[in-house]
Design a binder for this molecule. Sequence first.
Ligand SMILES: CC(C)(COP(=O)(O)OP(=O)(O)OC[C@H]1O[C@@H](n2cnc3c(N)ncnc32)[C@H](O)[C@@H]1OP(=O)(O)O)[C@@H](O)C(=O)NCCC(=O)NCCS
Length: 139
Amino acid sequence: MRRELPGGYVLDDDPARIDVEAAHAYLANESYWAKDRPLEVVAASIAGSARVIGLYHDGAQVGLARVVSDDATQAYLADVYVLEPHRGHGLGRALVEEAVERGAHANLKWLLHTADAHALYRELGFDRPSERVMERSRR
Ligand SMILES: CC(C)(COP(=O)(O)OP(=O)(O)OC[C@H]1O[C@@H](n2cnc3c(N)ncnc32)[C@H](O)[C@@H]1OP(=O)(O)O)[C@@H](O)C(=O)NCCC(=O)NCCS
């Protein structure tokens, strides 16, 4: 999949194109959920994902979304970001929409964690979890 967006942006899920160091730079230094995540963990998480969608501008990776899935029943949306200078132009929405509404995982059950941008996810079908959802934190 390679999709051109307004403003010269491109969405691409070619794994060979993913810039692991750019993803690490954002996740480890700027994100609130993956602070200090080591480069090798970022690399392994990308390698082990069912799909990784990169957002590119002028050849540079400026956003990312990872799909963790069995490709059959469930999918989990992880590490969604758009670099700050590129926010507010519908790119985050396009990234999430590409992950959850297009491609092989469109008809699966989805889960995600987020501390903000709930409105964005709600527009794309995410809602508060039911009482059946449980979570086990990392030990
Ligand atoms: C969340 C994020 C990916 C959105 O990217 P973006 O390109 O700015 O989003 P869009 O321009 O597509 O905005 C889509 C909608 O979400 C809303 N939105 C975007 N970021 C938001 C935030 N942090 N909090 C609340 N609402 C938000 C926008 O107002 C917009 O609503 P509208 O369509 O009614 O105007 C981006 O702000 C980001 O990278 N944030 C830091 C990382 C993060 O919080 N990721 C989510 C946790 S996994």
